[in-house]
Structures are given as C-alpha cells and as structure tokens.
Design a binder for this molecule. Structure first.
Ligand code: GTP
Ligand code: MG
Length: 196
C-alpha cells in the first residue's frame, strides 16, 4: 500500500485564474456542505488540520490545493467547496456551480471522491454531480462518511440506499469515518490505482 510522506498547502482559488495546474494528476474531494470533505482530507494525510475543518457548515468557499507526496508518486489533492448549504443566497449557489464546473473543465483528467453522509439519502444535487461526472467521463469514487454515527447493521442498509440512489453497485460505495479513521486503507488503495 502507498504511504503519504508529505503534505503541503499550495494555494486557494476563488476563480479559474487562481487554479493550480501542473503535470501531476489531480484528485478532487466534492460533496454537500458539512459531509466532512475537509475532515476526510485531514484523515487521509494524517494531519490534524491540514484542510481547515469548519465549525460552521459551508465554510470552505474556495478551492484549496494541496501538494501530496507519496512513495507511489506525487499528486495534487483539491478540497472543493460544499454545495447545498441552505443559508447561502442564490448568487452564491450558482457561484459554487460555476467555480466547480470550471474546475472540472480546466483540469485535465481529474479523479473525484464524492463524499456523502452515510445517514442521508443522496440529495438531487449529489445525483446531479454524479450524472455530470459520468457525462464528462471523469472517474469518481463514492465515499460514505460518518460511519461512526450508526451501527454496522444500519451502515450496511445505508450503503444499499446510497448505491441505489446513484445507480451503482454496492461495491462502489466505500464506508469510512474521518473521525475514527476507518476506511483509510481502502482510499489509499484507490489513490494507488489512480497514480499507477
Ligand atoms: N462523527 C463524525 N463527524 C464527522 C466526520 N467527518 C466530519 N465530521 C464532522 O462534520 C462537520 C463538518 O466537517 P467538515 O470536514 O468541515 O465538512 P466539509 O464537507 O469540509 O464542510 P464544508 O467545507 O462546509 O463544505 C465537523 O463538525 C466534523 O467534525 C466523521 O467521520 N464522523
Ligand atoms: Mg470543508
């Protein structure tokens, strides 16, 4: 299994002009506000707070780029702003869509981790994102986070609900807990495949 050796914050971007682009593969973390995207990145890189975790949902407003060094190669990890936060204006909502869409349009060959909260049925926005990635033929991986919040039995039921909503097989839904740090090895295996 690959081993993450070093992590460094590169930059934040509010628009296309600020995107960090180089020859390395980019892996993006997308999902609804508050599902734990920033916590997932922190768990993955084994750093307390590399990606700032929001006390207030809807906090990550910019695209944050991180430089990740592993023994299997280097890549760029991006923390995308969360969508679907109720307390933002219509303009802010469409701003999210434009920023993220221009990211997917600009960065060639990005792989995407789509995070959902295991306790919730995927929202129309989640489904729209998956359909968009499918249409763009961008590889995506569905990660159901906060598995520590439910029993194992309930998690297995939720896994099926999530797989059905996204019209994928259950094997395509990876259960993790960013807080309890479970499921990390499976995610590292995926990253190893992406890099190979
Ligand atoms: N119990 C539990 N809580 C979690 C887990 N992952 C994240 N959280 C909590 O969920 C809240 C949101 O986490 P963030 O990582 O900020 O979520 P985010 O998706 O980056 O949010 P935005 O940047 O606002 O889109 C925080 O209070 C986290 O501590 C998990 O696996 N288990
Ligand atoms: Mg965040």
């Amino acid at each position: 299994m690959i081993n993450i050796k070093d992590v460094n914050f590169i930059t934040s971007a509010a628009d296309k002009g600020g995107f960090f682009l180089d020859s390395r593969v980019q892996v993006a973390v997308a999902g609804k506000s508050n599902v734990g995207k920033s916590s997932f990145i922190n768990m993955l890189v084994n750093r307390g707070n590399a990606a700032r975790v929001s006390g207030t949902p809807g906090r990550t407003r910019l695209i944050n780029f991180f430089d990740i060094r592993t023994n299997g190669g280097d890549f760029v990890l991006t923390d995308l702003p969360g969508y679907g936060y109720a307390k933002v204006s219509k303009e802010q909502k469409s701003g999210w869509g434009k920023l993220v869409e221009s990211y997917f349009e600009t960065v060639a060959g990005v792989s995407v981790f789509v995070l959902v909260d295991i306790r919730h049925t995927p929202s129309p926005d989640d489904i729209k994102l998956i359909e968009y990635l499918y249409y763009k033929t961008l590889p995506f991986y569905i990660i159901a986070n906060k598995a520590d919040k439910q029993s194992r039995a309930q998690n297995l039921k939720s896994k099926k609900v999530i797989a059905d909503a996204f019209k994928v097989g259950e094997d395509n839904v990876i259960l993790i807990s960013s807080i309890k740090k479970t499921g990390r090895d499976e995610v590292l295996d995926i990253i190893e495949k992406i890099l190979s």
